[in-house]
Design a protein around this ligand. Sequence first.
Ligand SMILES: NC(=O)C1=CN([C@@H]2O[C@H](COP(=O)(O)OP(=O)(O)OC[C@H]3O[C@@H](n4cnc5c(N)ncnc54)[C@H](O)[C@@H]3O)[C@@H](O)[C@H]2O)C=CC1
Ligand SMILES: O=C(OP(=O)(O)O)[C@H](O)COP(=O)(O)O
Length: 337
Amino acid sequence: MIKVAINGYGTIGRRVADAVRAQKDMSVAGIVKRKPDYVAREASRNYRIFSSDKESLKAFSQSSIEAEGTMEELLDDVDIVVDATPEGQGEKNIQVYKTARKKAIFQGGESAALVEASFNAYGNFVDSWGKDYVRVVSCNTTAMARTVSACMEKFGVRKVEATIIRRATDPNDSKKGPINAIEPSLGFPSHHGPDLKTVLKIGEANTVAIKVPTTLMHVHVVNLTLEKSITQDDTLDLFKEYGRIITVSGKEGLISTAQLMDLGKEMGRKRGDLFEIPVWKESIFANNDNLRYIQAVHQESDVVPENVDAIRSMLQEKDKETSIEETDRAMEIRGKN
Ligand SMILES: NC(=O)C1=CN([C@@H]2O[C@H](COP(=O)(O)OP(=O)(O)OC[C@H]3O[C@@H](n4cnc5c(N)ncnc54)[C@H](O)[C@@H]3O)[C@@H](O)[C@H]2O)C=CC1
Ligand SMILES: O=C(OP(=O)(O)O)[C@H](O)COP(=O)(O)O
């Protein structure tokens, strides 16, 4: 049984904890929290809690929520740590993991330079095999890597061009607040293009990102130049082969990110999560070697199954197909649809 620590129990960390807990071959040895808040109280019903440092340990000792020790003490008892602390904190934490000689997975807010490999299960599962320090690429890059790598396998991809319409912040994040502006990423390409090339072997990846006042999901307008000719039916058949991609239809009422997030609730998902990348069927336009489509990204959850697969790759536990199949079954990701 693989023992996992979750350091940073926020939007991503709490979801990864639940995903790990659902697996048959791994368990959560403990989670690291800074504050004895409502999230810690709910977490304490399922997980052992550790504090991020001595100061927070004192805060816990003055609360009714028990913290068993500090993060360093938790590390003694685990095989791997998933670091889901805020962007840039992982860079500070890595030395602690190295001192404790523990493998660590970071998230997309950390730079590729911090780690030995960037990870996407469909795109490059084997590149993290046996590695000690890996990052799961961010939610936008994860989404693009999924549909682009699906196309690569059968049709070859010569060029990726994508416009990323980015949600301003997450629904529960009142710190950044709603924004009343449209904010383009200045400079070209946005970091997503180079990021995509850390997990896929592709020539050109030209991306622009535009932040808009919404919190629900990101949306991508994708334009691929392929090696081979493709049709709309080829594309629908192709995406059906990948459980973490779902094709959706405006004709069934799924006309916006609002209904897609409602779909996550209708599917009975905890927190209404949508781990899969929805591609609108009506947006698929195929013309010889040119393929265009529009996809959405539930930024709070699409990277979650990726973390589970990265654990198995780094610990050399299961091969790509087996890991993805086990992860999806445990998380009730419907698989080939
Ligand atoms: N929120 C999103 O939409 C996505 C975020 N990511 C990446 O995931 C990482 C985490 O992001 P979120 O979960 O959104 O952040 P978050 O702010 O929701 O959660 C971070 C958690 O870490 C805790 N924390 C802060 N400093 C800490 C420390 N020194 N030690 C332990 N815990 C500490 C915070 O209290 C909070 O609970 C970042 O790298 C981010 O770029 C990746 C994909 C999507
Ligand atoms: O959009 C995201 O990252 P990305 O734009 O690097 O793919 C993540 O959702 C994190 O974004 P945030 O840093 O605005 O929370």
